[in-house]
Design a protein around this ligand. Structure first.
Ligand code: ADP
Length: 442
């Protein structure tokens, strides 16, 4: 480049010198200089015009023919242009590969703009969501996909709020799991996956567990009943078999309890609807649970306290709430050593109603806490069985609370005790007015 500049400068100097000499000879230096510089400028303008024409044609093809500085300028521009084209080709290939990959994806993928308008979608979105490439680009997706939960999912805001299950456009029993993920500049990616097979498998598993549990119910009742009758019989021959018979009855009872818990769990899993809005008199229920806990504690002499807001009621299914609360209280009694204390609290605060069971038991190490609500997960299997546990209690609590849209809160410290808490949002609380109305109506 430096060489081109110096030769251009030399060219200009030589032109000016020749212009001066010619001017000297002709006796009109000013005119010859003007002519020389105009001629030089004309050449520059000619090249500039060639460059503008070449660039306005997109810089495609060979650059205009030129030597010296202009040749160098064209050469550099040509190189930049080639690099740019190469990068564009590469980017094009990447985009093509991305589009091929997303087209091959079985999940429907839709790119949405800030106002939920469709910017792009893949092949699967045509079949699963019924979108048409020709007419649906640029349309708002909530005008095309009509489902009560869909608009709520789009306007939900929180990206981690999970997914929505809804039927596919094909109406052939296909169920989609739809998620919306924000990215980039106010853009969102909508992904819809066909989960029909997964749901069918889950249903099969649930049916299998429910059927097996149901089938086991009668034989277990018979075994337990026979063992009990034999133990009651006043026959010296049978009395010799007292211990094995007691064991048979104990184990049959334990299995009956497991079967009952499994059936309750499968009922809770099958019924995904929100609990009906029947007012539940929780204070009376807790008083009864406390009495049961005293009985369960027996000679272990636990101090069982109940701190309760007597006017606080919530909507729900009494049986299910009873199941959840009594499971938490019976766990506290079973795992807290003799003379320990257990406190049940039922109270209201700005966030809603809360039930808490605090015990002075052995506590639970942190690594176990996230897994406690899994079926048959026990920290200490021997202790759980010894105390008559089925390993399903907290799974039941979790499923009951899922219907209220709330998780089971567990706080525990090894050696100090544990607190299990259920939080019910304000929408579940029976207001004073409505309980008055209910009382007046009755
Ligand atoms: P289980 O019938 O074995 O008690 P749960 O599902 O009710 O089954 O509880 C799961 C496990 O959680 C128990 O096996 C026990 O290890 C632990 N656990 C539950 N409640 C308590 C508690 N109050 N104190 C200490 N450990 C507890």
């Amino acid at each position: 480049m430096g060489k081109a500049w110096s030769s251009e400068a030399w060219r200009l100097i030589v032109a000016v010198v020749i212009g001066c000499i010619a001017g000297q000879l002709l006796g009109a230096i000013a005119w010859t200089l003007l002519f020389t510089i105009s001629f030089y400028l004309g050449i520059q303008l000619y090249h500039l015009r060639a460059m503008v024409l070449w660039l306005s044609a997109g810089g495609r093809g060979e650059p205009p023919d030129a030597r010296g500085l202009w040749g160098e300028v064209f050469h550099q521009l040509y190189r930049v242009q080639q690099r740019h084209l190469k990068r564009q080709r590469k980017l094009g290939q990447v985009v093509n590969r991305f589009q091929e990959a997303t087209s091959a994806m079985p999940d429907a993928t839709v790119v949405l703009g800030a106002h939920n308008e469709i910017q792009w979608f893949n092949e699967a979105a045509r079949g699963l969501l019924g979108l048409h490439p020709a007419k649906d680009r640029g349309q708002r997706i909530d005008n095309l996909v009509r489902h009560p939960g869909f608009a709520a999912l789009l306007n939900g805001g929180d990206p981690s709020s999970g997914s929505l299950l809804m039927p596919a456009d094909s109406n052939d029993g296909t169920t989609l799991s739809v998620r919306v993920i924000p990215y980039g500049n106010e853009q969102r990616l909508l992904i819809a996956r066909d989960v029909s097979h997964q749901l069918r498998l889950e249903q099969m598993r649930r049916d299998f567990v429910a059927n097996v549990s149901h089938e086991l119910r009668t034989p277990l009742t018979v075994v337990s009943g026979c063992a009990e009758t034999m133990m009651d019989a006043d026959d010296p021959c049978i009395r010799e078999w007292g211990r094995p018979l007691r064991l048979v009855q104990q184990q049959a009872n334990r299995m009956q309890q497991i079967v009952e818990d499994l059936l309750l769990l499968s009922r809770l899993e099958t019924d995904r609807s929100a609990p009906p809005r029947d007012p539940v008199v929780v204070p009376a229920m807790l008083a009864a649970i406390r009495e049961d806990a005293e009985l369960l504690s027996g000679e272990r002499n636990h101090q069982i306290r109940l701190e309760c807001d007597p006017a606080l009621r919530i909507y729900g299914v009494e049986k299910q709430l009873h199941s959840a609360f009594s499971n938490l209280v019976s766990n506290a009694v079973r795992y807290t050593p003799a003379n320990g204390s257990i406190t049940m609290r039922w109270y209201l605060d700005v966030r809603g109603a809360h039930f808490e069971v605090t015990d002075t038991g052995p506590g639970i190490a942190e690594e176990h806490i996230p897994r406690l609500t899994e079926r048959f997960y026990r920290v200490d299997v021997g202790r759980s069985r010894e105390s008559g546990g089925t390993g399903l209690g907290l799974a039941i609590v979790k499923h009951v609370l899922t219907r209220y849209g709330t998780p089971l809160r567990i706080q525990s410290q090894v050696g100090k005790g544990s607190t299990f808490a259920c939080d019910f949002g304000k929408e579940w609380i029976v207001s004073h007015d409505s309980s008055m109305t209910a009382r007046e109506a009755s």
